[in-house]
Write a new protein. Structure first.
Length: 94
């Protein structure tokens, strides 16, 4: 059975971010979209295409390894989901 469209889009986005593929990530980024990964607590939210570009550039500069893996995706209906997983990172200076 095929995944709902919003879950497919989420998975494509995770794959693009894991690969630091700017063009693929931007293709899935809404101009007014707000991306709030954990680091947004200190850096602020990443908004729209420019925010996604900044997030990917900062990630590439700071991390030798960045890999998000989600082991549990739950469709909440109304094009919403919850994703439970982990992110493995290794800093360039580690």
């Amino acid at each position: 059975m095929a995944e709902p469209a919003h879950i497919e889009a989420f998975l494509r986005g995770v794959d693009a971010i894991n690969r630091l593929d700017v063009e693929a990530a931007l293709a899935l980024t809404h101009p007014d979209g707000v991306f709030e990964p954990l680091r947004s607590q200190t850096e602020g939210a990443f908004i729209g295409e420019e925010g996604m570009r900044r997030f990917l550039a900062d990630t590439a500069d700071a991390f030798e390894l960045f890999k998000a893996t989600y082991t549990d995706l739950r469709d909440l209906g109304g094009e919403r989901l919850i994703a439970i997983g982990s992110i493995r990172i290794r800093g360039r200076e580690s």
